[in-house]
Design a protein around this ligand. Structure first.
Ligand code: CDP
Ligand code: MG
Length: 810
C-alpha cells in the first residue's frame, strides 16, 4: 500500500504539467456525478477493464486457448523471412543486448528503472520483450502491459512501429489509446497510451485490476497492487533520485551506441564560416519585436537566475585565443535574439560545403519555427525545393506531415527539419548528421504571486544540450552547432526544473482530491520534489473561490468546475444546446485552425461566424453549420472551406452526447430537445452563463480614440490572440471580457474571450449559491473597486447582495 501511495504521488506530480496547454487542459477535464461512481470522461464512460482474473474455470480455459493462439502466431512470424529480417534489425539495437538482464530484473523486482540513450530501443523493445516472454510462456492472454507516453504523437507512432515489428496490424496484440482516439482489440495485450489515459483509469480503478505491467516512459518529463510491475524509463533521468524514491529499486543502464559528434560553439562557427556579427544583423524582425516586448513589459522579477548567470558568464568570458575580428563579432552577440540571420547563413554554408546528411534545427516554439520557415523559403538555395526539403516538426502537426520527417529525400536534396524540443527525446529522425541548437526552449513557468502561467523562451539545461547534440550521431559521426558561446553553455544548469515547481497546481490539486489521497499540502510535501507552499496555497484558494473545494478542502460535486457550472446553469435556465457546444468546445483542441501559410484567410474565415464579440458564440455557430452540413454528408467539405478541424468537430459532437447523458443521470433534465432549449436563441443569457463559468477570468476593456486596450487585475495590460474574433475589432460594446485561458508569451495573451456587460458580471460573477456569501462579495468587490469608482462599485455590490439574498431565500 505504501508503494501504491508513492506511485500515485509520483504520477500526481507528473500531472502538474498537464495544466499547461490546451490539449492537456482538456485531458484533465472530467466531471463526476455524485450519485454513482462511474466517471464520465470526455471520451465516454471509461471502460472497465476486462475481468481477466475472474477465477472461473471457463474463463481460465478461454484465456489458455487464446494464449496458445498468440504463441502460434508469434512463432510463425519469427520463422518467416520478414520476421527474421526484422529480428536482425532489432538485435542490432543496444537494448536487445540487455534483454535477459532486463527481463530478469523485472521478474525479481517490483520496480525497475531503466536508462539509455535516445534511440537505443527502450520504447519499442522493452515492452515487446515483456510481451514476447509472456507469450512464449503460453500465458500471453493473461498479461496486460500498459506503456505510457508523454505525447499523443509518440503513443501512436510507437504503437504502429511495434505492431509492424511483430508483423501485425494495430489492434491485434498491440494497440494504442489517446484522448478521443484509439485502436485496441480483444487480444490487445500491449497498450501504448498517454499518461492522462492511465491517470483516468486510476480514478475508476485504483488497483489497476488485470494490469500486469506498467511502463512509464520518458519519466524525466515529469509521473498498485502487489503483483503489479512498474518499469520507469528515460534517456536522461536522474536515475539515483528515482531509485531512492522507490526504496532503492534497481537501475539498469543500456550503454549507448552514438557516433562521436563534433561540437562547435558560436566562436568556432564564426571562425569556420567567416560570418561577422554586427548589431544590425543581430536583429531580425522577430527578434526585434521580442526584445522590445521583453524590456517594456516583462516585469523585472522574470529575469531569472539563469539569465543573470549567462550575462555574468559573458562579461567574464575571455576570447583572447581568437582573432580580433572574432572578438569584436562576439561582443555584438545578442543573447535575447534567436539569430535568424546567423541560422540562415549557417544552413546555406552547410548546404554548399558539407557532406550529405539531414539537418535538425532546434528552435523554441511554433512561432519562431514559422517565422524562420518564411525567411528560409525566400532564400535562393534553401528555398529551392530541388535542393532542399524544408520540414517542420512540432507537437500539433498532422500525421501526414509527420511521416515526411522520417522519409529519406531524393539524392542531392538535403532535408532540413525545424523542430521544437519534441525531437530531443520523443522522436528520432534517423538520417540526421547536423544539429543546430539555439540553446533555448519555451518553458512554462509560473508566477505564484499573480497566478499567471508564463511561456517564455529560456536557456535549456546541460542535459538538454547533450540530448540535442546526440541527435547528430545516429548514423555516422556528426556535427553540432551551438549558436551561443561556450561560456554561456558553462553557465547552464545541469537539469531542468521539474514541471511541478514551475506551473500552477489547480488541476493537480483536483486530481489529488479525486484520487482521495488526503490533504493536498501534506500529499504534495511527499512528492519527489515538492512545490513551494505559496504556490500550493494559491491553488487551493483559487479552487475555493471558484467553488470546486469547500472550506474544508473537500471536493464539491463538480470536479471540472468551470464547465460543470455552465452545464448546470444551461440546463436550469433552458438554454442547454449552445452551452453544451461551448463546454465541449472548451474541452477539445481549438477547432479553428490557423495554418501557417494561410493565417490571414483562416482568421477571416472565423470572422464570418462572429458578430457579437464572442469566440465562444462563434464556435456555437461554426458547430451548428457543421451539424447542418453533416446531414448532407458534407461536414468535411464544410470544415475544409472554413478552416475548421473536422476531428475537433466530431469530438465536440461526441462530448455533447456524453455531457447530455451525464445531466440526465443526475436528474437535472429528463427530456432534452424541447424543454431545455426554450431560451437557446437568447445570446444575452448564454453570455451570462459563459461569464458564470469563466469568472474570475475577467479583464476590463478601455477604449481610446482608435481602438481599445485590455487589462486584468493580476497582470496589468494584456493582449488577445490574433485569431480571437475580438482581436479584429476596433470597438467592443461592453466593458468586460471574460476568458478561459491566459498565457504569458512575452506579453500576457488571452485565448478565447466573450464580451459581457456590467450587470452580467455583477449578477453572474462568482458562485451564486455558495455558503460564504460575504467572502465572495468581498472578492467581487475587489475586482469592481479596482476598475470603478468606489461609490459606483459599492452601489453595484449592494445590488448584488440583495440579489444573492433573494436567491438564497428561494
Ligand atoms: O525509446 P528509445 O529512444 O530508446 O528508442 P526507440 O524509440 O525504441 O527506437 C529504437 C530504434 O527503432 C530507433 O533507433 C529507430 O532506428 C527504430 N525506429 C524506427 O525505425 N521507427 C520508429 N517509428 C521508431 C523507432
Ligand atoms: Mg523512447
Amino acid at each position: 500500500f505504501g508503494l501504491l501511495k508513492r506511485v500515485n504521488a509520483y504520477l500526481g506530480e507528473y500531472l502538474s504539467k498537464k495544466s499547461r496547454n490546451k490539449e492537456s487542459f482538456s485531458d484533465n477535464c472530467f466531471s463526476r456525478s455524485s450519485s454513482n461512481s462511474s466517471i464520465v470522461t470526455e471520451e465516454g464512460l471509461f471502460e472497465q477493464p476486462e475481468p481477466l482474473a475472474s477465477g472461473t474455470a471457463v474463463m481460465e480455459k478461454i484465456l489458455l486457448r487464446r494464449s496458445s493462439l498468440l504463441r502460434d502466431q508469434q512463432q510463425a512470424w519469427q520463422e518467416s523471412l520478414e520476421g527474421r529480417e526484422m529480428l536482425e534489425f532489432r538485435q542490432s539495437l543496444p537494448a536487445y543486448k540487455e534483454k535477459d538482464t532486463i527481463l530478469t530484473a523485472i521478474l525479481q523486482n517490483q520496480v525497475v528503472i531503466i536508462s539509455g540513450e535516445t534511440g537505443c530501443g527502450k520504447t519499442t523493445q522493452i515492452p515487446q520483450f515483456i510481451l514476447e516472454s509472456e507469450i512464449d510462456s503460453a500465458r500471453g492472454a493473461f498479461c496486460s502491459i500498459i506503456c505510457t507516453q508523454p505525447r499523443r504523437i509518440s503513443a501512436i507512432s510507437v504503437s504502429e512501429r511495434v505492431a509492424s515489428e511483430r508483423g501485425e496490424k494495430l489492434g491485434e496484440s498491440v494497440g494504442y489509446k489517446v484522448r478521443l482516439e484509439g485502436i485496441k482489440g480483444r487480444d490487445t495485450r500491449l497498450l501504448f497510451c498517454t499518461t492522462g489515459i492511465l491517470l483516468r483509469r486510476l480514478l475508476v480503478d485504483r488497483n489497476l485490476k488485470g494490469v500486469t505491467h506498467v511502463i512509464v516512459d520518458e519519466i524525466h518529463e515529469r509521473g498498485m497492487n502487489e503483483e503489479l510491475k512498474l518499469i520507469l524509463m528515460s534517456a536522461t533521468l536522474d536515475a539515483e533520485l528515482f531509485s531512492s524514491y522507490f526504496d532503492g529499486a534497481p537501475l539498469i543502464h543500456i550503454p549507448g551506441f552514438t557516433y562521436p559528434v563534433r561540437t562547435h560553439f558560436l566562436e568556432n562557427i564564426l571562425e569556420m564560416t567567416g560570418y561577422r556579427l554586427t548589431p544590425s544583423n543581430q536583429i531580425d524582425d522577430y527578434g526585434q519585436e521580442r526584445m522590445w516586448k521583453m524590456s517594456k513589459q516583462a516585469p523585472r522579477k522574470r529575469k531569472s537566475q539563469i539569465v543573470s548567470s549567462v550575462e555574468d558568464a559573458l562579461r567574464a568570458a575571455d576570447f583572447k585565443d581568437f582573432s580580433p575580428q572574432i572578438q569584436e563579432s562576439l561582443s555584438c552577440w545578442n543573447p535575447d535574439c534567436i539569430g535568424f540571420n546567423l541560422i540562415e547563413y549557417l544552413l546555406s554554408y552547410i548546404c554548399e560545403n558539407e557532406r550529405p546528411g539531414a539537418v535538425l534545427v532546434f528552435m523554441t516554439g511554433w512561432d519562431d519555427i514559422s517565422s524562420l520557415k518564411d525567411k528560409l523559403q525566400a532564400h535562393p538555395v534553401l528555398g529551392d525545393p530541388s535542393r532542399v526539403l524544408l520540414l517542420t516538426c512540432h507537437g500539433s502537426m498532422a500525421s501526414s506531415e509527420q511521416k515526411l520527417i522520417f522519409e529519406e529525400p531524393e539524392d542531392g536534396v538535403r532535408k532540413i527539419v525545424l523542430t521544437t524540443n519534441i525531437a530531443e527525446t520523443s522522436i528520432t529522425i534517423n538520417d540526421v548528421v547536423f544539429v543546430l541548437d539555439c540553446g533555448k526552449a519555451k518553458e512554462t513557468s509560473y508566477d505564484a504571486l499573480n497566478n499567471t502561467p508564463c511561456l517564455l523562451p529560456s536557456w535549456v539545461s546541460k542535459v538538454s544540450t547533450q540530448q540535442r547534440r546526440g541527435r547528430a550521431g545516429r548514423v555516422q559521426p556528426g556535427e553540432c552547432y551551438h549558436l551561443y558561446p561556450r561560456c554561456v553553455y558553462d553557465a547552464f544548469t545541469e537539469y531542468q526544473l521539474p514541471e511541478i515547481l514551475r506551473t500552477p497546481l489547480q488541476s493537480l490539486c483536483l486530481q489529488i482530491k479525486s484520487l482521495k489521497l488526503g490533504s493536498i499540502s501534506e500529499f504534495l510535501s511527499r512528492a519527489l520534489q515538492s512545490p513551494k507552499l505559496l504556490a500550493v496555497q494559491n491553488a487551493i484558494e483559487y479552487l475555493k473561490v471558484i467553488g470546486a473545494l469547500d472550506e474544508n478542502e473537500n471536493l464539491t460535486v463538480l470536479v471540472e468546475p468551470k464547465l460543470g457550472k455552465m452545464l448546470i446553469l444551461g440546463a436550469i435556465l433552458n438554454c442547454l444546446d449552445p452551452v453544451l457546444t461551448i463546454v465541449a468546445g472548451l474541452s477539445v483542441r481549438d477547432p479553428f485552425l490557423t495554418p501557417l501559410d494561410k493565417k490571414d484567410l483562416a482568421e477571416t474565415a472565423k470572422l464570418q461566424f462572429s458578430h457579437d464579440h464572442s469566440d465562444h458564440l462563434a464556435l456555437v455557430r461554426a458547430y451548428e453549420g457543421w451539424k447542418e452540413a453533416e446531414k448532407d454528408l458534407a461536414g468535411y467539405d464544410y470544415c475544409w472551406k472554413n478552416f475548421l478541424s473536422a476531428q475537433s468537430m466530431k469530438a465536440i459532437d461526441s462530448l455533447r452526447e456524453e455531457f447530455l447523458s451525464l445531466l440526465k443521470d443526475t436528474g437535472l433534465i429528463d427530456g432534452y430537445a424541447t424543454s431545455c432549449n426554450d431560451w437557446s436563441y437568447d445570446q444575452h443569457l448564454i453570455r451570462a452563463i459563459i461569464c458564470y463559468g469563466l469568472y474570475p477570468g475577467i479583464c476590463s476593456v478601455v477604449h481610446n480614440e482608435k481602438s481599445f486596450s485590455l487589462k486584468t487585475m493580476e497582470d496589468g495590460p494584456v493582449l488577445l490572440y490574433s485569431n480571437s474574433v475580438n482581436a479584429r475589432e476596433s470597438r467592443i460594446p461592453y466593458p468586460w471580457l471574460v476568458f478561459n485561458e491566459k498565457i504569458k508569451v512575452n506579453s500576457v495573451f488571452l485565448r478565447d474571450s466573450t464580451a459581457v456587460s456590467d450587470s452580467v458580471l455583477l449578477l453572474f460573477g462568482g458562485s451564486i449559491s455558495r455558503g460564504d456569501v460575504d467572502g465572495h462579495l468581498k472578492m467581487l468587490g475587489g475586482y469592481l473597486e479596482f476598475f470603478m469608482q468606489p461609490a459606483i462599485a459599492e452601489k453595484y455590490l449592494s445590488l448584488r447582495r440583495e440579489f444573492d439574498e433573494l436567491i438564497q431565500n428561494k
